[in-house]
Design a protein around this ligand. Structure first.
Ligand code: ASP
Length: 320
């Protein structure tokens, strides 16, 4: 008898959780792998970028489907891209004018507006892990250079030698002072989980040939990254100085929150404004229902989107 009651209870709970999941928010995830020209990329590289974006979207989605949070999805999806040398983040970071790699990253939890960011770090394998550590384990929002690297060691977050990030091709670009727009590769993820929480994160090596110590928009909360439950989540890529000056990520959410603009319109307005200031770039955005916007004013932006349908949208160029 007890056995039967137990079985009924288990079935009831199973049914109830399935009911909750199917009636919860539409889990969705949107990813970018940088805005720019992508003109000098080989077919193999393009294929590699598309596969990595699809893999990151799939992993993030699965995490949330199994009950994980959008913060988990954002961190884990970004790690996949940071570990892939095709992107300008983590392993594939570009070089400064003094031929070192300085990385920036940030992550934001839209449920309480808590955020973590790191800037100008040179030896942390996955900057986004350290950013999440700052968010969850410290009373602060942003750490830079030596202090951030010390924090990584204290936290037991993996550090590596400069050879891990080595790329002859990227080194030559910096040596020859080719500040080319042809290859980009900053990465960013925005996710909405079944609990209605929006999270966003961005990770980058910054701009080729940047002056040592220069920090772009990616680790600046409100500029390169923003997440606010009930409103939207944003990750940006492009000419960081302008993203900071315009507060791009927050600006999009503000237009949605106070002017009731729908997600694509809000993103387009801000990206157009960037263009009018002479800046290139793009954003990925999710609204509170999981509707995506992937807007850019460059010929291309590597991007992917996944929700409850089987299809994963992956594109690099504008029209194909
Ligand atoms: N926004 C990044 C920076 O300025 C670069 C990029 O997204 O391509 O550091």
């Amino acid at each position: 008898m007890l056995h039967i009651i137990k079985k009924i209870l288990i079935n009831f709970f199973l049914f109830f959780s399935l009911f909750l999941i199917s009636n919860s928010k539409d889990i969705s995830i949107v990813i970018h792998g940088g805005a720019g020209w992508f003109a000098s990329m080989t077919e193999e590289e393009i294929d590699g970028i598309e596969k990595a974006l699809s893999k990151a979207a799939g992993l993030g989605y699965e995490i949330m489907l199994e009950g994980g949070t959008s913060l988990d999805a954002v961190e884990k999806a970004i790690i996949i891209l940071e570990d892939n040398p095709l992107f300008n983040a983590g392993r594939g970071s570009v070089y400064t004018s003094e031929l070192i790699q300085e990385m920036d990253a940030s992550i934001m939890d839209g449920s309480d507006l808590n955020a973590g960011a790191v800037a100008s770090i040179t030896n942390v394998k996955n900057p986004i892990k350290l950013a999440r550590y700052v968010l969850e384990e410290t009373d602060h929002v942003m750490f830079s250079s030596n202090g951030a690297e010390r924090l990584a060691i204290e936290a037991g977050i993996e550090t590596v030698s400069p050879s891990y990030f080595y790329s002859e091709e990227k080194l030559q670009r910096a040596k020859n002072k080719i500040n080319t727009n042809s290859k980009k590769g900053t990465v960013g993820v925005v996710a909405l989980d079944a609990y209605g929480n929006i999270a966003a994160g961005t990770s980058t090596g910054g701009m080729t040939n940047k002056t040592p110590g220069r920090i772009g928009d990616s680790p600046i909360i409100g500029a390169g990254t923003w997440a606010e439950n009930g409103v939207c989540g944003v990750s940006g890529t492009g000419h960081g100085e302008y993203f900071i000056r315009l507060n791009v990520a927050k600006e999009i959410c503000v237009l949605m929150k106070y002017k009731n603009l729908e997600v694509k319109k809000a993103a387009q307005l801000v990206i157009d404004r960037l263009k009018s200031m002479g800046a290139d770039g793009g954003v990925i955005v999710l609204d509170n229902k999981g509707t995506p916007a992937m807007i850019f004013n460059t010929p291309a932006m590597a991007r992917a989107y996944k929700n409850s349908t089987d299809y994963t949208f992956v594109r690099i160029y504008k029209d194909h």
